[in-house]
Design a binder for this molecule. Structure first.
Ligand code: ATP
Ligand code: MG
Length: 319
């Protein structure tokens, strides 16, 4: 992995598979409410491995899409406002003259080197749960269903095919494993043990609400939101807050609605705007157990992935 950028005013503290996190390095960047800089890179991961080379423009495309969704979910889609981790819509500090620092001040804290792919956020107490919601049957869910008629232990009607819509969206949480380990599907009861009954219910209800609202918005743009994953954290006031990236082509499966309706094979029906292209290529060219270094992604896989990520953004954000 390439070493993270040196950014003026910020100190690097952590790198996940895709994002690099920074904390304020000086007083100008510090604030009464703790804040962080989340920088999305062009790195791409599949089956929990970071691949190379990266996908050009991916960091900008994912950040743009996350910001757009945060805005929809804050009420632009007509629903109630879902609290998110963006610091910019919050008054964080009072200047020497008593003036509140506003959104624009925070934007100016984003270093030029990462313009377009960074967000100034509130540093949250992250919940150790990946909140997955599935509206359609595919991927690991389809594999489990074919075996024993369930998805993450939830029984489903018989006779469903790969790519079918589920009778209603289901919440299938996973335990967020420490870096280097694989996330593990867990039962709802296990989430209660991990975070308590009240927080567990809050995570489930928020996840299902956000999925339902986002799926409706996507459908208005001819796109199916097949499944997605959210991360939440608790802010200084104890509020459960939507964090990380949201509803991007990395954290979600998006399909073309027209292809889904008219397709006859699963491949046709699930014409995707996400990193399925990368997953499929890796599955075919690097069989399990996938040890050592993954093979380099070929140029055409990279180009097709960038093009699909870009097309999703254009479709969703088109008026
Ligand atoms: P891992 O955390 O296992 O590295 P990952 O590879 O998905 O997972 P990235 O998405 O690359 O990680 O990195 C983002 C990291 O930042 C995640 O660990 C995520 O939980 C964390 N994060 C996102 N938003 C916030 C926030 N507002 N406050 C604190 N941590 C956050
Ligand atoms: Mg992540």
């Amino acid at each position: 992995m390439t070493s993270p950028l040196e950014l003026p005013g910020w100190r690097h503290v952590y790198s996940g598979k895709v994002r690099d996190l920074y904390v304020p390095a000086d007083a100008a960047h510090a604030a009464t409410a703790e804040r962080m800089l989340v920088v999305a890179s062009d790195r791409v991961s599949a089956f929990d491995h970071v691949l190379s080379p990266g996908i050009p423009d991916k960091g900008v495309l994912l950040t743009t899409l996350s910001l757009w969704w945060f805005d929809r979910l804050a009420g632009a889609d007509g629903g109630r406002s879902i609290p998110n981790h963006l610091a910019s819509s919050h008054v964080l500090t009072l200047g020497a003259d008593g003036e509140a620092n506003t959104a624009d001040d925070l934007q100016s804290l984003i270093p030029d080197a990462v313009t377009g792919r960074a967000m100034v956020v509130k540093s949250l107490d992250m919940q150790p749960i990946e909140c997955v919601v599935r509206g359609y049957l595919t991927g690991s869910g389809w594999a489990e269903y074919r075996e024993n008629g369930t998805v993450c232990g939830i029984a489903l009607p018989a006779g469903l095919q790969n790519g079918d819509r589920l009778p209603e969206p289901i919440y299938t949480p996973a335990w967020k494993a420490p870096m280097g380990e694989h996330d593990e599907n867990i039962s709802y009861e296990r989430t209660v043990e991990l975070v308590g009954a009240e927080r567990a219910a809050e995570l489930r209800d928020l996840s299902l609400e956000i999925y339902t609202r986002a799926a409706r918005t996507a459908e208005q743009h001819g796109v199916i939101l097949a499944d997605t994953k959210f991360e939440f954290g608790i802010d200084d006031d104890g509020v459960m807050t939507l964090a990380d990236e949201v509803l991007t082509s990395d954290s979600s499966r998006y399909w073309d609605a027209a292809a889904w309706a008219s397709g006859t094979t699963p491949e046709e029906r699930m014409a995707s705007f996400d990193k399925q292209i990368v997953r499929d290529w890796l599955a075919a060219n690097w069989p399990a157990p996938r040890e050592g270094e993954p093979p380099a992604l070929p140029a055409d896989v990279i180009e097709r992935t960038t093009a699909r990520y870009r097309e999703l953004l254009e479709r969703l954000t088109a008026a």
